[in-house]
Design a protein. Structure first.
Length: 400
């Protein structure tokens, strides 16, 4: 646990406040993205749309998020991470008002896309900033930040669902706006100004793309990236429809389903820092392989577990898969040349989340056909396939 103490201990200095501000920003971004699926039954009812159409709205959000990763990385290489972090969260803040005002589903789709753009502007520079600020404890810094996102994902769905039950989903969404605004100000005050990457000075856009593609031809990067694509696809699919699945297939009350959904992220918030510490000590490969195996087994069991104590225990444990993401991110970022680290990571994230964004629509189509159980079994098989890619990766030793 020394790595955890080291990272958290830096809260006493400027770096620690940077970590705190970025982590809280991610808490809100991730929390809201998870809160939308939790109130999806209410949104479907108001706009009179089915699972496939509702899933498409979430695909729009994630596809917009994906589309901003590469340009966000290129711009961050040139103007620094701080400006993009602030701009992204500020746009997300404005979008909460647009959700509240949306008179028809088409405007709701626009709000989803715009929020995805803001979240995308936040995502890539977040990773770049953590990698450069915490080089010796990068896995811990990543997992602490992602654990904050998991806490937001645990709390916000429950809070928003409760508020939606009393005041409607629009008021529930609008109620988050002041929190977003406060964190925008916090980022502006505590994140240090960062300039362009010196190693990338003078590179044209074409040269940046060429160097990025050359870096992406590395076998290690490609294998880890293939595993990440499967992780994002399965994660986004589960994220989008697990609350709906629990209500429509398992017969749970919407409030109880939202609470279980939130506990999934509480469990993830506990597991993520532990996984980061183990990866720093023993290496990413054995840690990720264990996480993938456990994630596969728990998801396979989901369709066969009846409502009751077993389901109540199983749903939170599904959150163990979330720890795979930050460890893979840290692994890939360290393999990219500094000159195009932002643009290269942004391009990869565009691929990851672009492919992964289709998961919401795919599972929605399964759901409309009455095949939710089959969809989750398919996702479990795709999860298990991630092991193959990680077993082919070179093993990195830990710190001992």
């Amino acid at each position: 646990m020394s790595a955890v103490r080291t990272a958290i201990g830096r809260l006493r200095g400027g770096h620690g406040w940077t970590l705190l501000a970025v982590a809280v920003g991610w808490l809100l971004v991730q929390g809201f993205r998870v809160a939308l699926p939790a109130i999806l039954p209410d949104i479907k009812a108001e706009f009179a749309v089915g699972n496939a159409t509702a899933g498409f709205a979430l695909t729009v959000l994630w596809f917009a998020y994906a589309g901003m990763q590469f340009p966000g990385g290129v711009v961050a290489d040139r103007v620094g991470e701080r400006r993009l972090l602030i701009a992204g969260l500020a746009l997300g803040t404005a979008c909460l008002g647009l959700f509240y005002l949306a008179p028809v589903f088409a405007v709701f789709l626009v709000a989803c896309g715009a929020f995805g753009v803001g979240a995308g502007l936040f995502g890539t520079p977040r990773d770049m900033l953590l990698s450069r600020t915490f080089p010796e404890t990068v896995n811990t810094a990543y997992t602490v930040t992602f654990a904050a996102g998991s806490l937001g994902a645990a709390a916000l769905p429950f809070v928003v669902t409760e508020l939606a039950g009393r005041f409607g989903w629009r008021v529930a969404v609008l109620g988050l706006l002041p929190l977003f605004a406060v964190v925008v100000v916090g980022l502006w005050r505590v994140v240090p100004a960062t300039g362009r990457t010196t190693a990338g000075d003078g590179l044209s856009a074409g040269e940046t793309v060429r160097r990025t593609l050359a870096a992406l031809s590395d076998r290690t990067v490609l294998l880890a990236s293939a595993g990440m694509v499967l992780f994002i696809f399965t994660y986004q699919s589960i994220l989008s429809f697990l609350p709906t699945y629990l209500v429509e297939v398992k017969g749970l009350d919407q409030g109880f389903a939202a609470a279980l959904f939130g506990l999934l992220f509480v469990f993830a918030a506990v597991v993520q820092p532990l996984a980061g510490t183990l990866a720093d000590r023993y290496g990413e490969r054995p840690t990720v392989v264990v996480l993938v195996v456990l994630s596969t087994v728990t998801l396979v069991a989901l369709p066969f577990v009846d409502p009751g104590p077993a389901l109540t225990l199983l749903v939170p444990v599904l959150g163990i898969r979330i720890a795979i993401g930050p460890l893979t991110s840290a692994y890939v970022v360290r393999e990219l040349p500094e000159a195009v680290q932002g643009s290269g990571w942004g391009l990869l994230r565009t691929v990851f989340f672009g492919v992964g964004s289709t998961g919401s629509t795919v599972v929605g189509v399964f759901g409309d056909a009455g095949l939710f159980d089959a969809a989750f079994l398919l996702l479990s098989g795709l999860t298990g396939a991630i092991v193959v890619f990680w077993l082919l990766l070179p093993s990195r030793g830990g710190v001992g």
